[in-house]
Design a protein. Structure first.
Length: 471
């Protein structure tokens, strides 16, 4: 599939540039391809010209052009590069070195790291962004901005968060995070309303988008308009009950943490105390008001994670083949987990899983913005592979394939204000794209049929992608 249509020597290239009647050749042409994105109509029989990492022209196939390299994509489909909008590079160090290659292998050209300590994450970011590294573009938040009690404290759970017991402490932490080059901020569940407001104010002054979980001390409807995205549908259910203020009062009492529980234990106990009862006590009027409020932010349901008791990742027909691409220690551990899972002989409570599917469907039905993220590598999530399963589940809850594609291309770009540069196949846009051998608008599963990846103007064919897998 990959071949050179026109190789020009340096001397000849200089001659072409010097000759006023002959244009200089572009870096790359992808010929005879069908263009598919979530905004424009399908465009058949096109040639895409790329120069300096930008799409510079889209012409009809058969039109003359000059290119240093050309790809014959007859019978194939080009889509924008995919995003995984929720990943953690430093959560499981067995994955850290392998994640970049796995993402590109599966057509993911951009990732948003939603939480990691700066001392762990910055070396990873530096490596991924090095000129010699072939890896997806990474956008990162730095540490989770948690409350005085930290859930991911590095003791009871992996270290991803930092304490923000007071507004001043939050502002100091944000200054350091911003100076380190973070792309956005991540608010976590244990913050107080006062700290939350300080983070929102400081982020606004610094021009940083905010991602987060709905803090347990607050309600989804009062948080949504102040942040740009929210994760996992987390604590949405607590805003849908017949008396949400009473439920919140109970949480706030527990959050004083008079017993000095670790943050992870306290949060888990509150979830056990209120999550399922809230789902069973859902009030239509209250939930409608919450849903309307959530239209003002992007929801990232991580549906593959939230519904994993219904749709067990380990039991998917294609999971074992994807697992073989991961580090050997992961293969062993997750293989053992599958064996243990198959041996369980008891009913599994899927109340939350079913609610997550329904809630995502409801949000989509009213036009609430949704983006695709997986929480890789948490919950048996394989980098790259699991993004495709997330898109499949979006279709399962009522999205068209085109709408699902939007969640992994345009919507993430909108979070960063980059929808004028990324997410579509358009002249002037960054040359990030995935070459498929089937049309994803006919079946969303076709997004996994990757034949090549165009990343920042460099084309990687199937053999190039195979070489990125480092087990």
């Amino acid at each position: 599939m990959k071949f050179t249509r026109l190789m020009i020597s340096a001397a000849a290239m200089g001659f072409l540039v010097a000759c006023s009647e002959t244009p200089a050749p572009v870096d790359l042409a992808i010929e005879n391809v069908t263009l598919v994105d979530a905004v424009n109509p399908t465009r058949e029989g096109k040639t895409v010209l790329v120069n300096d990492g930008i799409i510079v022209e889209i012409i009809d196939s058969g039109t003359d052009f000059l290119a240093i390299e050309a790809i014959d994509a007859t019978g194939k489909y080009l889509i924008p590069g995919l995003w995984d909008f929720h990943v953690h590079f430093t959560y499981d160090t067995r994955f850290t070195d392998a994640m970049g290659g796995l993402f590109l292998y599966h057509g993911v050209t951009n990732v948003r790291d939603t939480g990691g300590l700066l001392e762990d994450l910055l070396p990873v970011v530096e490596h991924l962004r090095a000129p010699q590294t072939v890896a997806p573009a990474i956008w990162f938040a730095g540490p989770l901005l948690d409350g005085g009690d930290v859930v991911y404290d590095g003791i009871n759970l992996p270290g991803l968060g930092v304490a923000n017991a007071t507004p001043d402490e939050a502002r100091t932490n944000i200054a350091a995070i911003h100076e380190a080059g973070a792309s956005f901020l991540k608010i976590y569940e244990m913050v107080t309303p006062e700290v939350f407001e300080a983070i929102v104010d400081e982020a606004g002054q610094r021009g940083l988008p905010i991602d987060g979980h709905v803090p347990l001390s607050m309600r989804a409807r009062e948080v949504a308009s102040k942040v740009q995205s929210l994760e996992h549908l987390r604590n949405y259910e607590l805003d849908c009950v017949s008396d949400p203020e009473a439920l919140r009062a109970t949480r706030r009492g527990e959050l004083t943490n008079e017993l000095g529980e670790p943050g992870s234990a306290l949060r888990a106990r509150l979830h056990r105390l209120q999550r399922i009862p809230a789902i069973l006590d859902e009030d239509d009027t209250e939930c409608l008001a919450s849903t309307e409020a959530l239209k003002s932010t992007i929801s990232v349901p991580t549906l593959r994670l939230n519904s994993m008791r219904l749709n067990v990742p380990l039991l998917r027909d294609d999971f074992d083949a994807a697992l073989e691409l991961t580090p050997e220690s992961v293969q062993t551990d997750w293989g053992n987990a599958k064996t243990q899972l198959l041996s369980i002989d008891r009913a599994i409570d899927t109340t939350f899983d079913e609610w997550s599917m329904r809630r995502t469907e409801e949000l989509h039905a009213v036009g609430a913005p949704i983006a695709a993220g997986t929480d890789t590598p948490i919950g048996w999530s394989i980098p790259g592979y699991s993004l495709h399963t997330e898109l499949e589940q979006f279709v399962d809850v009522g999205m068209t394939p085109k709408e699902a594609l939007y969640t992994a291309t345009v919507r993430p770009a909108e979070f960063f204000g980059l929808e004028g540069e990324m997410g579509e196949l358009r002249v002037g846009f960054i040359a990030d794209a995935v070459l498929l051998d089937a049309n994803p608008l006919e079946n969303i599963k076709h997004t996994r049929r990757v034949q090549g990846v165009l990343h920042r103007g460099t084309f990687l064919d199937r053999s190039d992608l195979d070489q990125l897998i480092d087990k």
